[in-house]
Design a binder for this molecule. Sequence first.
Ligand SMILES: O=C(O)CCC(=O)C(=O)O
Ligand SMILES: [Fe+2]
Length: 402
Amino acid sequence: MAERRRQILGNFLSPEICKELEFIHKSCCTVGYRPNVFSTTLSHLIATNSSHLIMPFVPIREMLKEKVEEYFGCEYELFVEFTGLISWCKGASIGWHSDDNREHLKQRDFSAVCYLNNYGVDFHGGLFHFQDGEPSTIAPMAGDVVLYTADDRNTHSVSEISEGERITLALWFSRDASHDEDAKLLKYLSSYSLSSQIGSIASCIPMLASSNMYWFPPEEASSFQTGFNICSARLYVLGFDVCFPDISDKECQLAARDSSSKILKLLEEPLCLTRGDELLSREFFNILHALQVVQFYCWKVLESEQVERSGPSIAVVSLSELQREKISCLKAVLLKDLRLAETTVGRADCRSLLRPFDFDRLSFCSLVSDWEAYTFKLRSELVMSLPYWRTHQSIFCVANLH
Ligand SMILES: O=C(O)CCC(=O)C(=O)O
Ligand SMILES: [Fe+2]
């Protein structure tokens, strides 16, 4: 039998799960490990009070582990070494390499890369190439997965992204139990309190990691003099600005002059969103909360393009001159380099995905309740699975407990 070194699984993930993972990434990511790359790891989700968002990953990890064991005929048990959502923006690329090519990566035996969006539509560039053998080139398409051995039989590269954002779910598998990601995750899960899980939505509000993890490019994060805050940028490309109801004029002017990390502390404070000249009358706990609700809205709006939704509309009030000044003052701090923000996290084909028409047509209010219901559902699934995972010392079980 010919040696098995790689396999392509077409349409392995459904379009729905691809969209759900994109939603999670766009609401939770931080700057990544390479230039122009963002990432969302499972331990990061746990550390930022979003442990319930690991639930959609659980069955995918299980299915992929089985596929890898089966295809490569593993007669030993495999462990997931790493799971993460990774996006590559304009300018990102990687030259020829194998995934175990560093001393600290030697435990990696197999790789799985799941594509979550489409080459030529959501991004340009970003083709995957194997140095030898077939297939030699892969154009990423949402739902497709490539499995390969992590050694030098699979030297590969990714060409530079020229536009848009290319999103993947990447997993590495190891034979070495000491690199089992599950053990780490279970440890984190037990150190983060889940005691207030049922009841208030406040217990599921994402908490920010340190501000420099949300500053792009990361080299600028020590001074915050150029570049942009990722959360503000993701809101901005969808047509939203942020407005802090409690901030005084003075604080605002201070913010514009002094770009210290102290100012970014503001993003942990309650805030409202604005669209054009209108203030949406709904307060969010912090910027990540606002971003998560907006990203959820985008996910659902696009899913139900034709569906007319009913329910109350969100109330809006016109912005006063003073509020407008404050907003632009803060924008100058959070989005210093607007062009860079647009080319990095904007869509390849249009500046704003949520045109005013789309936004008005659907009721933002009812989507906010849908977001709460979604969050509660995942939270209760997590709470039900935890004792089972703890007994089995692994989150690697699709617990049909529900
Ligand atoms: O995203 C891809 O297609 C592959 C990425 C890659 O080669 C890596 O992260 O090692
Ligand atoms: Fe790689």
